[in-house]
Design a protein. Structure first.
Lengths: 564, 433, 261
């Protein structure tokens, strides 16, 4: 946080959480926070440019074991992003799997100031935090994977929601995590035997179904005033015809009352879960069905996970999915199953506009953003780096804002886009207010971070501001893309970190973590079972498991009391 | 005082359930958990007593400040410095080392370069289908050690994690499992195996290819004998692999350092991929030093590459064989070297040592070793895991925090490096003026 | 025609350490149109510092050139620690007199390089076009891919007068390699296009190949156990056995052809 005062004048401000839609408005910052007025500020003249709160990414894989395994096994990706160190910046490498320094710089240049690392294996949580510390500028948090854990499976099976509640409280605290992440519930445990699970299959040896896991965790999460809902990667990712499973999963938590004013389930990288057809031959978009569900229901939000054409590195805790993908390509494949908890797979992938399947996938992500009517229900993501690297966000923004751009792109792609996707028939174009919603307002709210100063510019908010080098009237898609790639200014906690597209300062980011406050008696009872797991099945000790404070040098704690 | 959950800073097993007895700020006894080698490390031996600088051929004791100044001067002036070691210290120190390398345009490399570097190169060709050691403990019903002899080199490995351990689906321990050992000689581990396959030196690659062909069903093309192994024995191994519910291959330096080197590992991984078409199969390198993996992890997230990183142009150039420490030394490329927590004096080829004798050498280590005998600056450090804490990565990528169990006046590696870096920056600033 | 003579000064390699000089900035296409003074001012890396070419090399320019095609660079002196000779070269000619260090002709797309001596590892790495002639031996990874890539050489022609080290033509996808001597371990590893001719002996050639062609005129030591004999074949009047492989990559993918005596 920078001391002193800053005044940003003559900006055209888009601050959706405060209902500010393209108003010429001054922004005052003192000691890192937005204030009513300032006395002796340093002045930035925005000169009629577009001004937004710092971007908030709701789902991205930027740190931890599988991201690093992705870097490690792709030296060829490393050399696609080499930049020498400067007086301000450390060395950079990588395109789809950038090194930690490049991750911070490149996000900041796009005007982002908060990124959620979307999958933290609890046993390797120290690793995620070690990397996060090395990502400059960005405030951050990480979601621990909780759905394939034996503790969870046991409690779901026995129906002990209260003890499950005690366990998730413990593991979120032990990992310095932010919420409950679910990835292919049951399927990842099945993958430890080389198998997978559909929504109503029985998980081998555990006698529970993925549907029961999602429902139980949904209920358990709402026992606390958690800032975020359960964050779900539904079963059967990437399988033709999976849209039914996706909507059936949404339906599981429909009756649950959220403990705060937000969704009950955030469905992530929905593009990968909106597939029709029965095989890759008759594969088609079902984005319309998913969007229709989201339009008609209030308990679900989504992020799109939209494709960026080109080579990327796919990585997920969904081990069986990565195995399927590797079998298609024959390329290198890393798998890493994590005892009693989760797993992961990594394989490189090329999204080609010449491929009918990739073309339809490309359309689906954008269709979701365009067909969901209320932008407060949808977030812009590429599930970095799965559908493409985050550095492609400006391309997506320009697509959503320009039907012409979409038509031009579609013309160069496989003709399947005209038969098996809806995109060419959609006329909607996003305006800057809606772009601000899906890149900061909605994402901050869905994560509950708006109550902690993120995603808006109201008094008391963090002094995180992006000034894009474009006028609000700009309609040229190429210029829009350029403006969103490199800001005129990015300001983080009142400090100028990017100026004219160059990183000029690299303060450390804060790590947000949640402390769910669970009843002691429940915790004691849960611990008996947990300690038995450590005694017999884990390969590390109970006492060496929790993430020590040393790993989170810049903490921001959010307490989540039990729901009254 | 009894301290529990102490983490062993010896090999890649990183056992974390040690119980030690500490009295008068000294480890008196290791009561539980450690193997004999781990025990001896914890008890300590042969410390370097004081910082020292070589003058007229002999080391002369000096202050930390003087030794650090001298070291910084050497590094700041070098045109192609090498910073090597990093596997027997904590990640926090590795991070500062990388920053120092970046500052002075050095090549930074860890001991992977002379042990499991080939495994990393192989992973870069084909990936690594693997898992944590707890997965093996709970599920594996087939364990293969290939070119690895854990009975001697990783004494707790079989007991804690693999053949002998007991887990959820393996409650009966080794009764529930099969053990295959593949090696050029009948090792101690081979003696307890259900199946021992003796192969000819340097023929691992051929045998892996033959197993792949058999696993994929091309029995007709495979000749009657491959690499000294009969087709019958190969078929038996393939049968066990296909029948297993969960198979794992652990491989050691017998594969990484024999003819074919990293391509042997590529082929071992390819065999794992072929086996995975039948059942769950994983593979894991038996990493040596307790944090050899940790340096690779840190170096990867900071530079993009795991080891042998040349930062002379300000960005990373990675090419083991060119930018690896032994190659640099044999080719006489570097003009200064810093060794931390390692002993090239004992492990590097003679040609390398001859070159080291001609260039300025800095050593940071708690213990004296053959490198001390020719180092020009010697800086003693606290012993990680006994006198200082920090993060390390087990051979299966699990991060574990080393504990500090006694106090010391020696500086931890991290702090020594920070001071050198600070001093280097001061020199550079002065030069800039 | 223009000839640019670059002779490495003796003092560059006379210290205790033999620090490599990296000359990817000195190709005909990058030097064309520059006079002697300008060439001397072109930066080359020597260890962690950039130096002027004129500081490290004696530079002499003879004649004039209208295009890179008319430029010939002659490199002399002790080149055994001069790396990246002709790296990325597009046109013109380079003649290196003596043994050269790694990455000679890497990523070249056109023109011609002649090495009058041995070339260390990675010569012709990821070469796309042009011609590379190594009169002596080539080190390991001749015409191979960069670490982690799945494509090595894609075009051009390479001739090695002597022997080649391990993994010649790894991940090769196109072009031609002629090795007049022997090839060490694993020539044509992962090859998926192009042609390698080995006039001498080879060890484990063709492992994991999925396409392309390898012919070994000498002896094959350690034939891969996962190749299938197809038929007898005659090439240029000589009898060969034709094998198809590598079946370890699955039968569907195994479209590589290996001719052995």
């Amino acid at each position: 946080m920078a001391e002193g005062e800053l005044l940003i004048k003559n900006g055209v401000v888009y601050d959706p959480i405060n209902g500010v839609n393209g108003e010429k408005k001054d922004i005052c910052i003192r000691d890192g926070k937005v204030v009513e007025e300032v006395k002796n500020p340093k002045v930035i003249d925005a000169g009629g440019r577009v001004v937004m709160p710092g971007g908030v990414d709701i789902h991205s894989h930027i740190a931890g074991g599988k991201v690093n395994s992705g870097r490690l096994f792709r030296p060829e990706d490393g050399r696609r992003g080499l930049e020498a160190k400067t007086k301000v910046c450390r060395m950079q490498s990588g395109y789809s799997v950038p090194n930690t320094f490049a991750t911070g710089y490149r996000y900041a240049k796009m005007g982002y100031t908060f990124v959620m690392e979307a999958a933290m294996p609890p046993l390797a949580a120290r690793h995620t935090h070690e990397e996060i510390v090395d990502i400059p500028i960005l405030d951050n948090a990480a979601l621990p994977l909780i759905d394939n854990n034996w503790m969870t499976l046991d409690y779901v099976k026995s129906g002990d929601i209260d003890l499950l509640t005690a366990y998730i409280a413990w593991i979120i605290k032990a990992t310095k995590g932010y919420g409950v992440k679910i990835v292919n519930p049951g399927g990842t445990e099945a993958w430890a035997w080389g198998k997978n699970c559909d929504l109503n299959d029985t998980v081998p040896y555990f006698d529970v179904t993925p549907a029961e896991i999602v429902k139980s965790l949904g209920e358990a999460n709402e026992k606390f005033e958690m800032p975020h809902s359960i964050h779900v990667h539904t079963n059967m990712l990437g399988h033709p015809g999976n849209f039914g499973v996706t909507m059936a999963t949404y339906d599981l938590v429909k009756g649950i009352k959220p403990s705060k004013d937000r969704q009950v389930l955030h469905a992530t990288h929905t593009q990968f879960h909106s597939y029709g057809g029965t095989n890759w031959g008759d594969f088609e978009s079902k984005a319309d069905a998913i969007a229709d569900y989201v339009n008609k229901n209030e308990h679900v939000t989504i992020d799109i996970g939209s494709i960026i054409l080109g080579d990327t590195t796919t990585m997920t805790a969904d081990g069986p999915m990565e195995y399927s993908l590797y079998q298609i390509t024959g390329r290198k494949w890393t798998n890493h199953d994590v005892e009693l908890e989760t797993g992961s797979g990594i394989t490189p992938f090329l999204y080609s506009g010449k491929s009918p399947v990739n073309t339809i996938q490309w359309a689906i992500g954008q269709e979701l953003a365009l067909l969901v009517k209320d932008p407060w229900k949808v977030a812009l993501t590429t599930d970095h780096p799965n559908a493409g690297p985050f550095i492609g966000y400006p391309i997506l923004i320009s697509m959503l804002m320009s039907k012409k751009r979409r038509e031009e792109s579609a013309a160069d792609m496989h003709s399947a886009i005209y038969d098996r996707a809806a995109l060419p028939s959609i006329d909607r174009e996003y305006d800057l207010y809606e772009i601000a919603i899906i890149t900061r307002g909605m994402t901050a709210k869905a994560l509950g971070l708006h109550e902690h100063g993120k995603g808006h510019l109201g008094v008391g908010a963090d002094g995180d501001v992006a000034i894009y080098d474009m006028s609000p009237e700009e309609r040229d898609a190429g210029k829009i893309q350029k403006a969103f790639l490199n800001t005129k200014y990015t300001i983080k906690g009142g400090e100028i970190v990017v100026k004219d597209g160059e990183v000029v300062a690299t303060p450390a980011g804060k790590t947000y973590f949640v402390t769910p406050e669970c009843d002691d008696t429940l915790t004691e009872e849960m611990l008996k079972k947990l300690k038995d797991k450590f005694e017999h099945y884990y390969s590390v000790t109970f006492n060496n498991y929790p993430v020590q404070d040393a790993y989170v040098p810049n903490p921001y704690e959010i307490k989540a009391p039990m729901r009254g | 005082m009894e301290i529990t959950d102490v983490v062993c800073a010896l090999c890649g097993c990183v056992c974390d359930d040690l119980v030690v007895e500490v009295e008068d700020n000294e480890v008196k006894k290791v009561k539980k958990g450690a193997c004999s080698v781990g025990k001896s490390k914890l008890m300590g031996h042969g410390r370097i007593k004081s910082p020292a600088i070589r003058e007229n051929g002999s080391l002369k004791e000096c202050s930390y400040d003087d030794a650090i100044k001298k070291a910084a001067g050497i590094l700041a002036a070098a045109r192609r410095p090498l910073l090597y070691g990093w596997s027997s210290t904590v990640c926090e120190a590795d991070k500062v080392g990388i920053e120092l390398a970046e500052e002075i345009g050095a090549v930074i490399d860890n001991t992977a370069s002379v042990c499991h570097g080939p495994s990393v190169l192989a992973i870069q060709d084909v990936g690594l289908p693997s898992c944590t050691l707890g997965e093996v403990k709970n599920r594996a019903d087939l364990v293969i050690y290939w070119g690895a002899n854990p009975t001697d080199a990783h004494a707790n490995h079989m007991k804690r994690y693999s053949y002998i351990s007991k887990g959820y689906w393996t409650a009966e321990g080794k009764k529930d499992k099969k053990l295959i050992v593949v090696d050029v000689r009948e090792t101690k581990t081979a003696k307890v195996a259900d199946v021992f396959i003796r192969i000819e030196q340097g023929k691992d690659f051929l045998v892996f290819s033959a197993l792949r062909a058999l696993l994929l069903g091309y029995e007709d093309v495979v000749p009657e004998e491959v690499g000294g192994v009969s087709k019958k024995d190969l078929l038996e191994a393939v049968r066990l692999m296909k029948e297993a519910k969960f198979g794992i291959t652990f491989f050691g330096m017998g594969v990484t350092q024999s003819t074919g080197r990293h391509n042997n590992i590529v082929n071992a991984i390819q065999m794992t991929r072929a086996a995975h078409t039948h059942t769950k199969f994983s593979i894991m390198p038996m990493r040596g030093h307790y944090n050899v993996n940790g340096f690779n992890q840190v170096c990867t997230w900071e530079t993009g590459y795991p080891f042998s990183v040349d930062l002379s142009r300000g960005y990373a150039w990675y090419n083991p064989g060119e930018t690896s420490s032994t190659d640099l030394l044999v080719r006489r490329e570097c003009d200064a070297a810093l060794f931390i927590a390692t002993d090239p004096g004992a492990h590097f080829p003679g040609e390398s040592i001859r070159h080291l004798a001609k260039i300025p050498v800095i050593q940071i280590d708690p213990f004296a070793n053959p490198t001390t005998e020719f180092a020009d600056v010697v800086i003693p450090a606290a012993i990680s895991g006994i006198e200082s804490e920090g993060n390390v990565y087990r051979m299966d990528n699990i991060p574990i925090r080393l504990r500090k169990v006694v106090d010391t006046e020696y500086l931890p590696d991290e702090e020594i490096l920070e001071k050198i870096l600070e001093e280097v920056r001061a020199i550079r600033e002065k030069e800039g003026e | 025609m223009q000839t640019i003579r670059l002779k490495l000064k003796e003092e560059v390699m006379s210290g205790n350490a033999r620090i490599p000089v990296e000359v990817d900035s000195l190709t005909p296409d990058k030097l064309v149109g520059k006079n002697e003074a300008e060439i001397k001012a072109v930066k080359v890396w020597w260890g962690n510092k950039e130096e002027n070419t004129g500081e490290l090399f004696d530079v002499r320019v003879e004649g004039e050139a209208g295009s890179a095609e008319e430029v010939k660079i002659v490199m002399e002196g002790d080149l055994s620690r001069v790396k990246h000779i002709g790296d990325g070269m597009k046109a013109g000619e380079i003649e290196a007199i003596g043994d050269v260090d790694m990455h000679c002709g890497a990523m070249m797309t056109g023109g011609k390089i002649t090495v009058k001596g041995n070339a260390d590892c990675w010569a012709g790495r990821e070469m796309k076009g042009g011609e590379l002639i190594i009169e002596g031996d080539a080190g390991a990874n001749l015409c191979a891919m960069y670490r982690g890539e799945m494509t090595g050489m894609t075009g051009g022609k390479v001739t090695v007068g002597g022997n080649a080290g391990e993994c010649a033509g790894q991940y090769m996808a196109g072009g031609e390699i002629l090795i007049k001597g022997n090839a060490e371990l694993l020539a044509g590893l992962n090859m998926h296009g192009g042609k390698i001719t080995i006039e001498g002996d080879a060890v484990m050639p063709g492992a994991d190949m999925t396409s392309g062609e390898i012919a070994v005129k000498g002896k094959v030591q350690d034939m891969m156990p996962s190749f299938k004999f197809a038929e007898a074949a005659t090439i240029e009047g000589e009898e060969y056995k034709k094998y198809i492989g590598d079946l370890a990559m699955t039968e569907k993918k195994a479209k590589g052809v290996l001719y052995v005596k």
